[in-house]
Design a protein around this ligand. Structure first.
Ligand SMILES: Nc1nc2c(c(=O)[nH]1)N[C@H]1C(S)=C(S)[C@@H](COP(=O)(O)O)O[C@H]1N2
Ligand SMILES: [Mo]
Length: 221
């Protein structure tokens, strides 16, 4: 039986689909096989716009923005432990981008504010020979890695604001990764550790069969 059905019971799940079209959908995409696990008719009921909140653990991390620290280490000249204020003191970037989950839903025109990963890597003196950047969530065992080139894309950021307000807890407060060119699973929530590494390693969903390169469209030239 698919994990999805075990979690909620099929009836409850279908009920949620009906009731949830307008609101935020809270669910655990444990298998990543939501659409495969449902018959076609039911799949069509899944709302295709609006956020779904995903976690892999039983509860969402509850990180205090005051005591929150982001550790940045690995192949860097100057490992750092950064508070939210430290992050806010780095060059700020804002952007509007679309967000796509591989299961078929999207949210267009999300306003993000935060720090470019490229600026952060410069701040810690990342080794130019490093091939990857690993983002570890406070929600164990969620993590994911980007290649160096992916991490350096201009719109890849650590976001601490969403739509003009501090990033809400369900969306990864106080800091999440945003990489709009890639599917949602690469956009790690509740990031608390960043490691600059020699080469990319599998993240949570790669271990479950997803592509390491989660491009929504073709890879940028
Ligand atoms: N820590 C953590 N980050 C995560 C996930 C998760 O389960 N845990 N799910 C990923 C997936 S599959 C998607 S589509 C997006 C969903 O973002 P949202 O929960 O803010 O809607 O978060 C990504 N980041
Ligand atoms: Mo997703």
């Amino acid at each position: 039986m698919p994990a999805r059905d075990r979690l909620l019971g099929r009836g409850a799940f279908l009920g949620l689909l009906g009731a949830g079209a307008a609101g935020v959908f809270y669910g655990r995409d444990v298998t990543g096989a939501l659409s495969r696990a449902l018959p076609r008719a039911a799949t069509a009921l899944v709302p295709t716009s609006g956020w779904r909140i995903y976690t892999v653990a039983d509860s969402m991390p509850n990180l205090d923005p005051v005591t929150y620290r982001l550790r940045v280490g690995g192949m860097v000249a100057d490992p750092k432990t950064l508070s939210l204020d430290d992050l806010r003191a780095l060059p700020r970037t804002e952007q509007v981008s679309d967000f796509h989950c591989v299961t078929g839903w999207s949210v267009n025109d999300v306003h993000w504010a935060g720090v470019r990963v490229s600026d952060l890597l410069e701040h810690v003196g990342a080794d130019p020979s490093a091939g990857a950047v690993r983002f570890v969530s406070a929600e164990a065992p969620y993590e994911d890695s980007l290649t160096r080139d992916q991490a350096l894309l201009a719109d890849v950021l650590l976001a601490f604001e969403m739509d003009g307000a501090p990033l809400p807890r369900p969306h990864g407060a106080p800091v999440r990764l945003v990489i709009p060119e890639m599917y949602g699973y690469k956009n790690v929530k509740w990031v608390e550790r960043i490691e600059v590494e020699a080469k990319p390693r599998n993240g949570f969903w790669e271990d479950h069969g997803y592509d390491a390169d989660g491009w929504v469209d073709d890879a940028p030239a």
